[in-house]
Design a protein around this ligand. Sequence first.
Ligand code: NJP
Length: 233
Amino acid sequence: HNKVALITGASKGIGRAMSTLFAEKGATVYAIARSAELLKELANEAGNKKGRIIPAPCDVTNAGAIEELIGQIVRKKEHIDVLINNAGLGHFGAIHELTEAQWDEMMDVNLKGVFLCTKYTAPHMIKRQSGHIINISSVAGTVAFPGGSGYCASKFGLMAFTDVLTQELKPHNVKVSVICPGSVQTHFGQNDPKDYALRPEEVAYMAYQMAAAPEHIIMNQLIMRPVVPRQLQ
Ligand code: NJP
């Protein structure tokens, strides 16, 4: 509690569940996503929690807007304890079906958005010699599969980015972690999620465990998958 967390992709799915849980635990959450209305609703729902959710409507691919948002938070003398880079999306299909616009959107949100949020947050964490950056990657960042050319490339890229940051920020006492979930029941992707898929609250629970771990412990990487019922295997 009394911690400040920036969570991207907070309007839906995993980001929404993480924002709610962190506020329940007493954190001040800056909820970042493009849908201002959804963020407002989320903040109102969190009204009776120990912490609070502050809507921060912003597109993570917009460098100027992200720099301004993070600058504003820091100017308010808020420290940033946790940054969760969660905003992301996937387009799936054979290579000849994937459009250039879909490719660019995945690279922009899944990689450039993470770069920008991290670039403007890390200096404050380095200054305080404290902080935690948690990236939400995917099992698709550890195992490639047909139809996932762009998505897997973006998430494998995020794994490399995470690895570099872990090494760069360690001397400054800033933790860097990554969570790689399997299927989660959210708005993600084109298909209806399987009913055995992970629930967003379950990913949020694990993100909270990482962020709340004792100072001397860092959980670097978590791969979490749903247990698929035997008859479907
Ligand atoms: O997806 P969804 P998830 N700027 O679609 C936001 C990874 N993952 O919760 O801007 C700012 O319900 C969007 O908000 P809005 C996945 O790769 C998932 O499942 O208002 N925000 C919304 O809040 C991703 O990294 C599964 O439209 C932007 C959020 O992102 C993370 O989990 C499996 C934005 C997406 O909510 C969360 O995805 C897996 C932008 N430019 C990994 N663009 C899974 N669900 O199965 C989008 O392995 N957002």
